[in-house]
Each structure stands twice: as C-alpha cells, then as structure tokens.
Design a protein around this ligand. Structure first.
Ligand SMILES: [Zn+2]
Ligand SMILES: [Zn+2]
Length: 337
C-alpha cells in the first residue's frame, strides 16, 4: 500500500510502499477513503509536538471502510463506513474514560502524532475510537468534520450555546465557517469577526447578523453594544491568541471565550473585567467519541459539509507547503480510489 511517512521535524513526507498491516486485539483494519490535511499535521512537521513518535504516518481526519476486525472485535462490522479523529486511543479505566470524556484521559494517544494515521491506503485503528458515518454523508467532504468540524461543534457546545445565545466567531476560514453554520443551525444569533471586510458577504449569506472588521472597529466595544449586553460566547477560530483576548471586554456576564485557535504567545487576561462579570476562558481540544458522533449526526441532519479540494497522496507535500505559506481557502483532502 502507498503510505506517506513523517520521518522527523522539517523533513518532507516520504511517500513509500508498505505491507498492509494486520489488526490486533481491539483493532480494525480500515481501507481509507479520504483523509483531510489539518494544520496540526503541519504543526507536527514544524516540531510543535514534543510527544511525536517519528517515524509516524500523519493524518487524523479519516474516513474509510472497515475491511477486517482483530481478535475479540464484534463492532463495528466489516463493511461499515467509519470516521476516525485526533483522539486515537485512551486508557478506558480512568475517571474521564468511564465518564465518556476520553479526550481528557491522561494516557490518551493521538492519531497521526504517536499512532499511525490516515495518510495511507489502509490503517489499523482502535475499534472503540472509530465512529460509523451517518447514512448519506459524502465520505470525502466529511473527512474534515473529524477534526475541523468536531472542534468547531464542540467549542460551541463547551461554551454552553443555546437557541437564544449571542455567539461571536473570530475567523472566516474553514473552522470559522463551520462554527458559524453550526451556531446558526442551533438557533443562535451570530456575529463574525474578521480583520478586513473580505469575508463579510459570505458570513452574512451563512446567516450572520453582524460583521466586525477589526481593522476599523474595536471588537470588544462592538460586541458589548450587541443588545447592550455583549456576546454570551466567543469562539476563536483564528490562529491568533491576541485576537481572542481583544474580545473579552465584549462578553456578557457569565460569558465564555473558547479558543480552538491559538498561537505560542502567552494568554494575558483582563482579570478585573473577568471577575466583575464571572467570565470563563477555555482552550478546547477536539472532543470525545460521543462528541464526534453528535457532530456527524448534526452535520448530516443539517447538510453542513465543508468545501474541499481532493488531492492524491503524492501531492500531500505540496498541500502542506501551501498551508505553511498561508494560502487559505478550501481544505485539501487526500483521496484513494
Ligand atoms: Zn483514561
Ligand atoms: Zn486536526
């Protein structure tokens, strides 16, 4: 099978032939249909993941079909179309695992960072950590839902979104667009925050009632004027920590700032405003298996799928280079025939 292998930091991926692996106890063999190229994969190659175990096959936005099951695996059956995500394995017996919050497990293992991921024709995955795809969900367009979609959906949920929430989404890229579409479909009112007005018409078409361009408006003040109260929830889908912090003064009392994007800069918070209004700040990792299940069911029910550019495995280094140079837009998704 054709496989792309990360051999170390600042090295291009090696495209090579490998034997199709055998699933062990608790594992399934999945023939990969598609695997999205995520910013985390670029992060891995840039050396931002000290836990990485090179050589490793990157990729954690996986869709595919179960083609074999290891000893003791009764579910999901061979032939099931499944998705797999960033969270690849956990201990199964800590307090978090038994509560269904495996993403918080201290011994969790990350797909494509410490375990082989989806930049390959076949992958062995933990049976407990694959999720059946809802009927009718296009497995190529759905691949980025496994990370970008899950992170956007779960950030809204962790921030306590309701049908009466005022929600601000920072960023007009892939994750931001999904967050806006989910928030609108959940019945919330939405403001989109961008640097310029470039994404304004697209944001309004998706259902945003307001747009704030930070090049000419202070986002904290503009949000605070929203119903003379502020946003109940801000989701940062931009890669900038300071862009997120600039909105804190625009939160309503008891409001949440949830970061799914951030940079290595320290988070410096206006604690006086925060204590007077009991504000909350969270940095949200992707989600647990139940969160992925809900993300996929919600996406299928509301026809929320990202726009993607299908590429072949040999094109993956070029796609990663394009990402590093900040060529934004559609998500690249590796597809296999
Ligand atoms: Zn655990
Ligand atoms: Zn990701």
């Amino acid at each position: 099978m054709l496989t792309a292998v990360a051999t170390g930091v600042d090295e291009p991926l090696t495209i090579t032939e490998r034997e199709v692996p055998e699933p062990g106890p608790g594992e399934v063999l999945v023939r990969i249909t598609a695997c999205g190229v995520c910013y985390t994969d670029l992060d891995l190659l840039q050396g931002h993941w000290p836990i990485a175990r090179f050589p490793v096959v990157p990729g954690h936005e996986i869709t595919g079909v179960v083609t074999a099951a290891g000893p003791g695996v009764s579910w999901p059956p061979v032939g099931t179309a499944v998705g797999a995500q960033f969270l690849g394995d956990s201990c199964r017996h800590c307090d978090y695992c038994v509560r269904g919050e495996q993403i918080l497990c201290p011994r969790k293992r990350i797909t494509g960072i410490v375990m082989d991921g989806g930049y390959t024709e076949y992958a062995v995955l933990k049976a407990d950590f694959v999720t059946p795809l809802p009927e009718g969900l296009d497995p190529v367009a759905a691949a980025p839902l496994m990370c970008a979609g899950l992170t956007a959906f779960n950030s809204l949920r962790q921030g306590g979104i309701t049908g009466t929430s005022r929600v601000a989404v920072i960023g007009t890229g892939g994750v931001g667009t999904l967050a806006v579409r989910y928030a609108v479909a959940m019945g919330a009112r939405v403001t989109v925050i961008g640097r310029s007005h470039r994404g304004e018409s697209a944001a309004r078409e998706l259902g945003a009632e307001r747009f704030i361009a930070t090049q000419d408006t202070d986002p904290g003040e503009a949000l605070k004027a929203w119903d003379n109260c502020g946003a109940n929830l801000v989701v940062n889908a931009s890669p900038s920590t300071s862009a997120a912090v600039a909105t804190i003064t625009g939160l309503a009392p008891d409001g949440w700032l949830v970061l799914c994007g951030y940079d290595p800069e320290p988070l410096i918070l206006p604690t006086r405003v925060m204590v007077l209004n009991r504000l909350h700040v969270m940095v949200n990792p992707s989600g647990s298996p139940h969160d992925l299940r809900d993300t996929l069911e919600f996406s299928a029910a509301h026809a929320i799928l990202p726009e993607v550019t299908p590429i072949g495995l040999p094109d993956v280094n070029a796609a990663l280079d394009g990402m590093a140079q900040g060529s934004s837009g559609r998500r690249s998704v590796i597809t296999f025939d």
